[in-house]
Design a protein around this ligand. Sequence first.
Ligand code: GDP
Length: 295
Amino acid sequence: MFDNLSERLERSFKILKGEGKITEINVAETLKDVRKALLDADVNYKVAKSFTDTVKEKALGQNVLTAVKPSQLMVKIVHDELTALMGGETAELELNGRPAIILMSGLQGSGKTTFSGKLARMLKAKKNRKPLLVACDVYRPAAVDQLTVLGEQIEVPVYSEPGSKDPVQIALNAIHEAKAKGYDLVIVDTAGRLAIDEQMMNEIEAIKKAINPDETLFVVDSMTGQDAVNTAREFNERLDFNGVVLTKLDGDTRGGAALSIRTVVNKPIKFVGTGEKLDAIDQFHPARMADRILG
Ligand code: GDP
């Protein structure tokens, strides 16, 4: 469906012969291709523009070794720059509290509840954690039921208070329970809305303030393109979250949201969701995402 960027670059460099350096003239066409590839991958326009400006600076004047084709050199520069902009390395969770507390935020449908289950399962199996999941959505009983079903599947208990209308108190009570019963990890799933509204933001802000989590993760659907960036910006302004979870990367999205979000909020992407099943979770690898964006 997408034109592979490497092939495009090959094409635009075919017209160049005998150039020893990358010059302004021979790079212009290529940068257009790079920008087009980024926009095709749903990278925000401003981010794509500033990215190609940076790449241009890096590329100009670079000596082209005889062993390397200029197109290959450009692909490498673009790839390395994308990787660096997305953080370079994999970002780990910082879970120092006892119990360690993770707060989930994001819009309804982003995949928050599913991801809470995936993360609990993963940290239980791989890090030997003893997690407690907490259902803080006081508006949708179905959301509580969904988390309860997930908890049963992965054999992790779910704390909820049917009838309570106070998510802050539910979260505090859950942490109290975790301490009393020896759970060393509390994952708090919160209510989302279809769009950002003041009440939701006030509520999650209040929960964050009350429980002082080790990690506040912002969960976002990678298929939502430009909206993902705006949502990330607003959540970050209110919550100052420390990591992003990009879900639904198993769809046909090229993952440009990863670059846009990272650039706009300057927070690391820590995990990706790659399917509906509970084992469809991966740490975020910047270099792999660069490959995907470039197609
Ligand atoms: P929440 O409202 O934010 O808690 O979102 P849910 O966890 O209920 O997820 C909304 C829908 O997205 C559900 O149908 C999930 O199965 C689905 N979902 C969540 N994560 C992924 C993912 O990584 N890939 C795919 N394909 N679907 C996902």
